[in-house]
Write a protein that binds this ligand. Structure first.
Ligand SMILES: C[S@@+](CC[C@H](N)C(=O)[O-])C[C@H]1O[C@@H](n2cnc3c(N)ncnc32)[C@H](O)[C@@H]1O
Length: 466
């Protein structure tokens, strides 16, 4: 393996401010250490060879890790994209291609943001829409702040490489990158029987990368005997604030010729709605997906889909109907309403009283109606369980039950509408719409779904006085 070198990628002089500058690693860096010349231990080679050869995304069926490591030579660089800065640690061949690419990059301008970063409760921070985003609408685009190989020769310690990379970022990018979420896990790297028993815990910078980076492809010369993998790791500052959802409303794409990631809407996103992506492939069953998220990303998903009460999941025909009934915990112990058949015994305000009275808790009616739904669901014989929309027209008790459920579902949707809670309003309107049989009713509900603020009582509820 040859030593690492340092350069700067520089865009053509006619376009000042966009460049790739290679920087020398620190004096005490181990990149040029004699260790670098050592071949990786055979068991490690065997594991890595299997992982790369058998993974079709790498398209490298004759990959040989020992030769790969021996033939690597990396360059550490800072990248000035003009509107943002980054740092890269790349195989020399890839680095050279990138240098050429960056010279030719068209000038890109930042567009007015349609989003903000704010608290997303138990998920930490999240990204929220600040204006309406149509389906397939542009949300943002950005260049990476860190670019690194997907697979590094064992001779270059990951922790050292990431330290070099992060610490070569300009101050503002460094400050933002180091404020990103970490998962504080001991080790989320995939384990295998033949892997060394205990890998050291990830460094702070590695943790940031493990928690936030995504896999992207770079243009790699594949006509060399021990060429670099096309897949690389990239860190993006905006994308890193997007939380996962099992029913995401946005998706990112990567353009290796412009080195730009773009986030677009999968469906209409209303102002105030959280912008979410999926961290994994959503083709499997929900339990398997949750397990995969836990194994790969280290968290228990608390997205809207994963916290839906079971009757909601059943009524939407969602793949998440396999969730255990205990998720209805959210509605147990809630208040009930004397105005509803199934909610006698408690003194609750009407909807009109509630939305005009700021001294009442925001959730008082929502909880009451959810509680009522929960009790109806519990009281129905198991054999009659048909879900909210799957009722039998010939059975009087069932259809009465269904009407009651519709009433509660619509009341919950109205409350969320009055609170201006886009995500929950949509969730409950979807269910309410399903049980309406009249076409004209469905049209009205569809209108509210695509533009929640057209709901007549949208945001009418006065804020609670605490
Ligand atoms: C890429 S970051 C997303 C932004 C992050 N919430 C923040 O505060 O910067 C990934 C981390 O966010 C949290 N997270 C993202 N989606 C989540 C979800 N659906 N349920 C629970 N936690 C989630 C997890 O802690 C995860 O490790």
């Amino acid at each position: 393996m040859s030593a690492t070198t340092q350069t700067t990628f520089t865009k053509k002089p006619s376009r000042p401010g966009v460049s790739l500058v290679t920087t020398p690693p620190k004096q005490d860096s181990s990149f040029n250490d004699n260790e670098c010349l050592k071949a990786p231990p055979t068991p490690i080679c065997a594991v890595v060879n299997d992982q790369i050869r058998l993974n079709p995304t790498h398209a490298y069926p004759d990959f040989d890790f020992a030769s790969y490591v021996r033939h690597r030579s990396y360059t550490l660089s800072t990248i000035d994209f003009g509107r943002s800065m980054g740092a890269s640690f790349l195989d020399d061949g890839v680095h050279d291609i990138l240098a050429g690419l960056i010279e030719e990059l068209p000038d890109s301008v930042s567009k007015a943001p349609s989003h903000e970063i704010r608290d997303a409760r138990e998920k930490g921070l999240g990204m929220f829409a600040t204006s309406f985003i149509p389906p397939r609408g542009f949300i943002f685009d950005e260049h990476p702040v860190i670019l690194a190989p997907y697979l590094l020769g064992v001779s270059v310690p990951l922790a050292e490489m990431y330290t070099e990379l992060f610490e070569s970022l300009p101050k503002s990018a460094f400050a933002y990158a180091t404020s990103l979420a970490t998962s504080h896990q001991d080790d989320v790297r995939p384990k295998s029987a033949s892997a060394p028993p205990s890998l050291p815990p990830p460094s702070f910078y590695e943790d940031i990368m493990q928690t936030n980076s995504v896999a992207i492809d770079l243009l790699v010369p594949t006509n060399t005997p021990y060429h670099e993998l096309t897949t690389h790791r990239a860190l993006f500052l905006l994308l890193s604030r997007c939380n996962h959802s099992c029913d995401p409303n946005a998706v990112w794409s990567w353009d290796s010729s412009t080195l730009m990631l773009t986030l677009t809407a999968l469906r209409p996103i209303a102002p105030g709605e959280e912008i979410t992506i999926s961290y994994i492939s959503l083709s499997g069953n929900h339990a398997a997906q949750r397990a995969q998220l836990k194994a790969l990303c280290g968290f228990d998903c608390t997205c809207e889909e994963c916290t839906l009460p079971s009757y909601v999941a059943a009524s939407t025909g969602s793949v998440y109907a396999d969730k255990p009934v205990e998720i209805t915990r959210a509605v147990t112990g809630a208040h009930c309403s004397k105005r509803d058949d199934n909610t006698s015994g408690c003194d609750l305000p009407t909807f009109e009283e509630w939305y005009q009275d700021s001294t009442l808790p925001d959730t008082i009616l929502i909880n009451a109606h959810k509680n009522a739904l929960y009790r109806i669901e519990q009281e129905r014989p198991a054999s009659s369980y048909l879900g909210v929309s799957g009722r039998s027209p010939r059975s009087t008790p069932l259809s009465t039950t269904a009407q009651l459920m519709d009433h509660h579902v619509e009341a919950i949707a109205m409350c969320y509408g009055a609170l201006g809670d886009v995500t929950n309003f949509r969730k409950w309107i979807v269910i309410a719409k399903e049980s309406r049989t009249q076409h004209k009713d469905k049209v009205v509900f569809s209108g509210w779904l695509s533009n929640p603020s057209s709901f007549p009582l949208w945001g009418k509820r006065c804020p609670t006085i605490v």
